[in-house]
Design a protein around this ligand. Structure first.
Ligand code: SF4
Length: 436
């Protein structure tokens, strides 16, 4: 199988119409040495490596012409067939790939799945402590399926995008009740599970079961866009389709798990968003963006769109025991099922709520606005601090209760930050009062 690379990479302009030094090689010997380095078939000088008989002849895999006398073409870009591509990636992975991340030890589909979900929109360094805590509490599908939602969200608090935590629980329950607690070894079936897209399903199959399946996460998109010189925003449907086709064609039949990890690692460590270190990239010899000096424009960024802004008021009721009143949010919508401050669309609405509960709002302190940005809108919220003397000013109910900083859990990150700051201020002013 030969990769169906972009039109720009096909045709005679990519064959040897330039000298090796235009590609950063001083001689053919250096290219041969590079082939050796990456464990590729060694070429004799002047040898033309063509497609093997079982490959489509549509795109010959020319690597080198006999005499390098085509210096008129400024672009020398030897094409790379799928075998070359994966061989280079695997050789690079053996030397430089990451092999000791927590989810790579005792690797199984469950650990791969949880790590993949956590890594969506989140950096590896942030995920590591969360993953370790999560695995200690929920070591397998059964323990997760038996968990309460608030226990799962408590282990997720701070990672954001809480729908991911709900989907984890739902999927664990589905696996436990319908698939004997195991991931089915079938791409379509895995994709039907809550919160699992095509790329995550591919990662579970390839990394967790070593089954041949392609992935296309953000890092891999960037590598493939640059390698094949695909312009435009990768979120565009036509480009997404093109990238999936390419990813599927390039995925090898052996060492699929290592190859998948290699692609992820290359995107994270070498082919980074800004300033990719092409000199240390195993794909450099065939990379369109590098050869044409377009790594800074490929891939194109997501087109900018104006994000709407939502406004709200958060009531911080603090009683004389320095406890805060928190409510459990509804099971859908933002911060679903997490504990948070009572939220209102207007200051009047907040005051009415207080009046109905005999809370004196004359001592309210309307604090400066804060902003939290979700993926699709900004939330500008105004904290309103309201001291109450007695605990029974607001009765505890099914959805709400009083919490100290030590007993709070499952809070959205911006609310946790706000309450931590208020707690610190309260502690400081207590100290000042005692001193004076
Ligand atoms: S050569 Fe550079 S741009 Fe091309 S894939 Fe490698 S790191 Fe990315």
């Amino acid at each position: 199988m030969v990769a169906n690379l972009s039109p720009a990479r096909q045709g005679p302009q990519h064959c040897p119409n330039a000298s090796p030094d235009q590609q950063g090689h001083e001689s053919l010997e250096s290219i041969i040495i590079e082939c050796d380095l990456y464990g590729l078939k060694q070429l004799r000088k002047g040898e033309i490596l063509t497609s093997s008989s079982d490959r489509t002849p549509a795109r010959p895999t020319l690597i080198m012409d006999a005499d390098f006398n085509h210096r008129h073409n400024p672009i020398y870009n030897p094409p790379m067939d799928t075998d070359d591509f994966s061989a280079r990636m695997l050789a690079w992975f053996d030397l430089h790939g990451r092999k000791n991340l927590p989810w790579q030890t005792e690797r199984n589909p469950y650990r791969v799945w949880v790590s993949e979900i956590m890594l969506q929109q989140t950096q590896v360094t942030t995920v590591i402590p969360y993953f370790i805590r999560f695995m200690t509490r929920f070591p397998d599908v059964s323990s997760l399926a038996a968990a309460r939602l608030d226990d799962v969200t408590a282990h997720w608090a701070g990672l954001g995008y809480y729908a991911r935590a709900r989907h984890l629980l739902l999927t664990a329950i589905t696996l436990e009740t319908q698939h004997d607690g195991e991931f089915p070894a079938n791409l379509d079936t895995i994709q039907k599970l809550p919160g699992i897209g095509r790329s995550t399903a591919g990662a579970i199959l390839s990394l967790g079961m070593n089954h041949r399946a392609a992935i296309l996460d953000g890092n891999v998109k960037r590598v493939l866009c640059r390698f094949a010189g695909i312009e435009g925003w990768s979120g565009q449907a036509s480009i997404d389709r093109q990238l999936w086709t390419l990813s599927e064609q390039l995925t090898p039949t052996i060492r699929v798990g290592d190859y998948t990890q290699a692609m992820m690692d290359l995107g994270a460590m070498v082919c980074t968003r800004s300033k990719p270190t092409c000199a240390s990239c195993p794909l450099m010899a065939g990379c369109e963006a590098q050869t044409t000096a377009r790594t800074h424009v490929i891939p194109a960024p997501r087109p900018k769109r104006e994000m709407p802004t939502r406004r709200s008021f958060m009531l911080v009721l603090r009683n004389s025991n320095n406890e805060i009143f928190l409510e459990t949010r509804p099971p859908t919508g933002i911060w679903a099922s997490l504990k948070s401050l009572p939220e209102f669309d207007s200051l009047d609405g907040l005051k009415i709520w207080c009046a109905q509960r005999n809370i004196n709002s004359t001592q309210m302190d309307v604090m400066p606005d804060r902003r939290h940005t979700f993926s699709h809108y900004h939330l500008n919220f105004t904290p309103v601090l309201c001291p109450v003397r007695a605990i029974h000013s607001v009765s505890e109910n099914l959805h709400g209760g009083w919490f100290t900083s030590a007993t709070m859990s499952s809070l959205p990150a911006p609310i946790r930050t706000l309450l931590a700051e208020l707690d610190m201020e309260a502690t400081r002013s207590t100290h000042l009062t005692i001193k004076s």
